[in-house]
Design a protein around this ligand. Structure first.
Ligand SMILES: [Mn+2]
Length: 312
């Protein structure tokens, strides 16, 4: 089974297909059937790969490592692309072997892909995960324009399904319109929310130190559980990432996000996704460049601290 999106192309950082023992891998989930506003995220994996070509040898200036040699690109998963139910039904057979073989970075796709990914990690690890969630949107709605599941419901569903540790769920960059019950849902469940407003003017490691410390302390209080990173590109201000489906002005800067990713790289991460890049609405590849830098920074932070979390 193939989709239009399953095309031969150069891998992320020009990495080859992963071998069985390749420590790290990326894979694309080119699905945007749950987008509620501007579509196009199905085209993001190839745009992010294209943007990553500018990273040359991949050596990161902060971590002083390159993931090349330890990284493979498994391409875009061949999946149904018009039915969320069928997409989610088809995902485990492809996702499960990848997360057991490699530390994965998933290239979305809209944000509805994160729920089945968390289900896969929850099953694999046998325990709920901590989550660090960058987003303009809380994604805690219990229905989405008349549908029970979509790209704005996965946080609610993940908590309802026991996939995540509510107290170790951290949201960063939240600012969209929404009723209090949705906006504060994660905090009401015991998690932490750092709104975009609360982060205005905080960019350097020292300025962000209270935020970083709060995240660390919460994880430490719960035995430092495995952490999943879900990074919606619309956490960024549209000035930094115009190419996204539901842009929200007044967002984070690329530097703010990079500071947090760099400073928290030592947390026990088990995987990440970067979602909601919409290339048709991008300008000068700003959004796909930011996404490529975020994924690359995450991977370099993990490469720098090998051996891997969990020993796999
Ligand atoms: Mn969002």
């Amino acid at each position: 089974m193939t989709t239009f999106a399953y095309l031969s192309q150069t891998g992320f950082l020009a990495a080859p297909a992963p071998a069985a023992d390749t420590p790290f891998a990326v894979a694309g989930i080119a699905w945007d059937g749950s987008t509620t506003n501007r579509p196009g995220a199905r085209m993001a994996p190839r745009a992010i790969r294209q943007a990553s070509q500018m990273l040359c040898d991949g050596t990161h200036p902060h971590f002083d490592v390159s993931p090349l040699g330890q990284l493979g690109d498994a391409g875009d998963l061949p999946l149904p692309n018009t039915s969320l139910e069928r997409l989610r039904a088809a995902l485990p057979a492809q996702v499960d072997p990848l997360i057991r073989a490699h530390h994965m970075a998933w290239l979305g796709g809209d944000h509805s892909i994160t729920l089945p990914l968390l289900q896969a990690y929850r099953t694999w690890l046998g325990r709920p995960l901590a989550v660090i969630h960058f987003d303009a949107h809380c994604d805690t709605w219990d229905s989405h324009f008349g549908e029970a599941s979509g790209h704005g419901t996965w946080v609610y569903e993940a908590m309802q399904q026991g996939l995540v540790l509510d107290a170790c769920f951290t949201q960063i960059g939240i600012r969209s319109a929404g009723e209090r019950a949705a906006r504060e849902y994660v905090a009401d469940r015991g998690g932490q929310i750092f709104t975009a407003r609360s982060l205005r003017g905080l960019e350097s490691p020292s300025q962000l130190a209270p935020v970083l410390q709060a995240v660390r302390q919460r994880l430490a209080e719960h035995g430092n559980p495995p952490v999943y990173l879900s990074l919606d590109i619309d956490c960024l201000d549209p000035a930094f990432a115009p190419g996204t489906g539901t842009p929200e002005p007044g967002g984070l800067s690329t530097s703010q996000v990079l500071t947090i990713l760099e400073e928290l790289a030592d947390l026990p991460f088990v995987g990440m996704d970067c979602v909601e890049v919409s290339p048709p609405y991008d300008h000068a590849e700003l959004s796909s460049q930011a996404a490529a830098h975020f994924v690359w920074t995450y991977l370099c932070g993990q490469v720098a601290k090998r051996p891997r979390v969990g020993g796999v």
